[in-house]
Ligand binder design. Structure first.
Ligand code: BDR
Ligand code: CA
Length: 314
């Protein structure tokens, strides 16, 4: 089968970084058309160079990087240095990147790329707040049906929130953008905390990543050791959940995941539940089913998939 063409919209972030590497490690299955950076875990002036640093580490400076939105649509930016460190990629000392970014505004490039390619031939993987995706959809609403699918990390239902009691970080940062995306009519798969909390890094796996002895493996042992410390303390677990790579894993191996077609709406009214994904799991309303909500995953198999991809990186 020909590789699937994808665009990753991202706010790296150590877990974003693993997702990018997973895609780069599987050129047999995935053609990464570009990275579009958005403000999220850290401000845009850091997420853009973080994309470049990761591509330089992997020796893939042929992949273009585009800067997108520096702030959410309607609310001030909230960042997550408490999780990812002040650079967003704390845990490894990257050299300053030398690759130039591309001049186009990320949402414009997404529209141009998807609309100029055959219908249903590009999948979009958003790993951060949905600002760039909402702006692209605002510019070109037909993008929704032109895309093969949107496989996103965000939201929470059963697990509760990780930034407020009810909201997950990516959706909380830009709920207005998320509401637009869920209302767009696109084919959407959601890797929420309900799924990603089942994907916990183990010490053995991290040791295996370092044991690869490659420059990528050694760097990621540092990055993920830093990244885990916050969640292991918070949840009292042995390892941190690896959120964003579950999107790429779902693209590569959907049989490792289970899910349910549901209606998802986003709470945009200020108050206690601001940024919550309201999931109609039991179809108690007549609202249209607009997303596949992933409820389960085969964690050991997914971590094997990631390790295998890392084996193929420099
Ligand atoms: C999400 O928020 C970010 O901190 C992570 O990169 C992930 O995309 C998890 O809530
Ligand atoms: Ca992210």
């Amino acid at each position: 089968m020909a590789p699937r063409s994808i665009i990753i919209d991202t706010d790296p972030g150590q877990d974003d970084a693993v997702a990018i590497m997973l895609a780069l490690g599987r050129p047999d299955a995935v053609e990464l058309l570009g990275l579009t950076a958005v403000a999220g875990n850290v401000p845009l002036h850091l997420t853009v160079p973080n994309c470049l640093k990761l591509l330089e580490l992997a020796g893939r400076t042929d992949i273009p990087v585009f800067a997108g939105a520096s702030a959410p649509l309607m609310v001030p930016l909230v960042t997550a240095e408490h999780v990812h460190g002040k650079t967003g990629l704390d845990g490894w000392d990257f050299p300053e990147p030398t690759t130039p970014i591309r001049p186009e505004f990320a949402p414009d490039w997404i529209v141009e790329t998807v609309m100029s390619r055959p219908e249903k031939s590009v999948t979009l993987l958003p790993l951060g707040p949905l600002t760039n995706v909402a702006l692209a959809l605002a510019k070109e609403p037909r993008l929704a049906e032109r895309l093969e699918s949107i496989i996103l990390m965000g939201g929470a239902c059963v697990e509760g929130g990780n930034i407020t009691p009810t909201a997950e970080f990516n959706i909380f940062v830009d709920p207005h953008a998320a509401a637009r995306v869920f209302a767009s009519g696109a084919d959407i798969v959601v890797l929420s905390l309900d799924a990603t909390h089942q994907a916990q890094i183990t010490n053995d796996w991290l040791t295996a990543i370092k044991g690869l002895g490659t420059r990528v493996g050694v760097a990621f042992e540092g990055l993920l050791t830093f990244y885990e410390r916050f969640d292991t303390e918070k949840y009292g677990t042995d390892g941190g959940p690896l959120h964003d790579p579950m999107t790429v894993a779902h693209l590569l191996a959907p049989h490792l995941f289970t899910g349910k077609r549901v209606n998802v709406e986003v709470e945009t009214t200020p108050g206690l539940c601001f940024g919550q994904t309201v999931v109609d799991r039991w179809a108690v309303t007549d609202r249209p089913k607009n997303a596949t909500w992933v409820t389960g995953l085969d964690s050991p198999a997914v971590f094997d998939l990631i390790l295998d991809a890392f084996r193929r990186l420099p």
